[in-house]
Design a protein around this ligand. Structure first.
Ligand code: MG
Length: 278
C-alpha cells in the first residue's frame, strides 16, 4: 500500500536490521520463516498491517498509515463540504492505465455538457495530455501531475478545486492516476467511486485487486465492442466483481461506439439529481 511505500511525505524511520542472515538464495532476512516449496503464494499481507515494508515493524506500519489516512480524511471532509455547498456531484474514476477513462469522459462530456456544467480533475504522473483532451471536448479541466506519486489524495484535489468554477448543480469527474492499488485507500471527498475495467484486461482483476472493487459503487466494463476479438468471459468477470462487492452495480459500455452509455447517464442522473438544463 502506498501509504507507507515511500511516495507520501511522511518521514520513514530507518531501522537497523538485526543481524540479517543471508539465506541459500542470497536474500537477507531478519525474520524467521519456513522454506516450504509449495504452490501457496508467499503472503506478505497476512499480518495485522495487511502488508510488509522492509525495515518497519507491523505496529509502525499501522501507525504511519493511520497518520497519513487521517490527514487525508480531514482534507476529504473539507472537499466534501465544498462540493455539497454547490450541490456538485463528484465521481472518483479509478482503473488501471489504458482502460479508457479519458475516452469515456470525452464521450460523456460531449453528450452531457449541454445539460450539466462539467468540470474535470485529471491525475497523471506527467503531462497535461488528458486535460487537453477534456478541454477540447468542452469542459473545464485542471491537470494534477503527481510526479513519482501513484494516486491522487484529498489535499491535491482541494488545490485543484481552487482553480475550478463551482457551478451550481454541476458534475465533477476526478480521473485518478491509472493504478488498481493505491487510489483505493484515499477518499478524495467524492460522492461515488466508479471503477473502469476493460475487456482487454483479465476478467479476474476484481479477485486480484479486491480493495478497488470493494470500495466502488459502480463498475463500468468498457470496450465491449471488442468482445468478438478477445478472449474475455463477461459472466466470470461480473461474478468476480460481485464476489468482492455484492452491492456493486455493473454496466457494459463502449466509449468508442456509445453502447451502454445511456445507462451510465441514467445512473448519473439517479445519483446527482435532474440536470440544471434540460
Ligand atoms: Mg487518462
Amino acid at each position: 500500500m502506498c501509504t507507507v511505500c515511500g511516495c507520501e511525505t511522511a518521514t520513514h524511520e530507518e531501522h537497523a536490521v538485526a543481524s540479517p542472515q543471508a539465506d541459500a538464495h542470497g536474500h537477507h532476512h531478519d525474520h524467521p520463516h519456513a522454506h516450504s516449496h509449495t504452490h501457496d503464494p508467499i503472503d506478505f499481507g497476512a499480518g495485522p498491517a495487511g502488508l510488509e515494508v522492509a525495515g518497519l515493524t507491523q505496529e509502525r506500519t499501522i501507525r504511519i498509515e493511520r497518520d497519513i489516512l487521517s490527514k487525508n480524511a480531514a482534507y476529504a471532509g473539507l472537499n466534501r463540504d465544498r462540493l455539497a455547498a454547490s450541490r456538485t456531484f463528484a465521481v472518483n474514476l479509478v482503473s488501471s492505465p489504458g482502460s479508457g477513462k479519458t475516452s469515456l469522459l470525452v464521450r460523456a462530456i460531449t453528450d452531457l455538457h449541454a445539460h450539466w456544467p462539467i468540470a474535470v480533475i485529471e491525475g497523471d504522473q506527467q503531462t497535461s495530455r488528458d486535460a487537453d483532451r477534456i478541454r477540447a471536448a468542452g469542459a473545464e479541466a485542471v491537470q494534477i501531475n503527481t510526479g513519482k506519486g501513484c494516486h491522487l489524495d484529498a489535499h491535491m484535489v482541494g488545490h485543484a478545486l481552487d482553480r475550478l468554477p463551482q457551478a451550481e448543480g454541476g458534475l465533477l469527474f476526478i480521473e485518478n492516476v491509472g493504478n488498481l492499488v493505491c487510489p483505493a485507500a484515499f477518499d478524495l471527498g467524492e460522492a461515488s467511486r466508479v471503477v473502469v475495467l476493460s475487456v482487454t484486461e483479465g476478467e479476474d482483476k476484481p479477485l486480484k485487486y479486491p480493495d478497488m472493487f470493494a470500495g466502488s459503487e459502480l463498475m463500468l466494463l468498457n470496450k465491449v465492442d471488442l468482445l468478438p476479438h478477445v478472449d474475455f468471459d463477461v459472466d466470470a468477470c461480473m461474478a468476480a466483481a460481485l464476489r468482492v462487492n455484492p452491492r456493486i452495480q455493473i454496466l457494459q459500455v463502449s466509449a468508442r461506439t456509445g453502447q451502454g452509455l445511456g445507462a451510465f447517464y441514467a445512473w448519473i442522473e439517479g445519483r446527482a439529481g435532474a440536470p440544471p438544463c434540460r
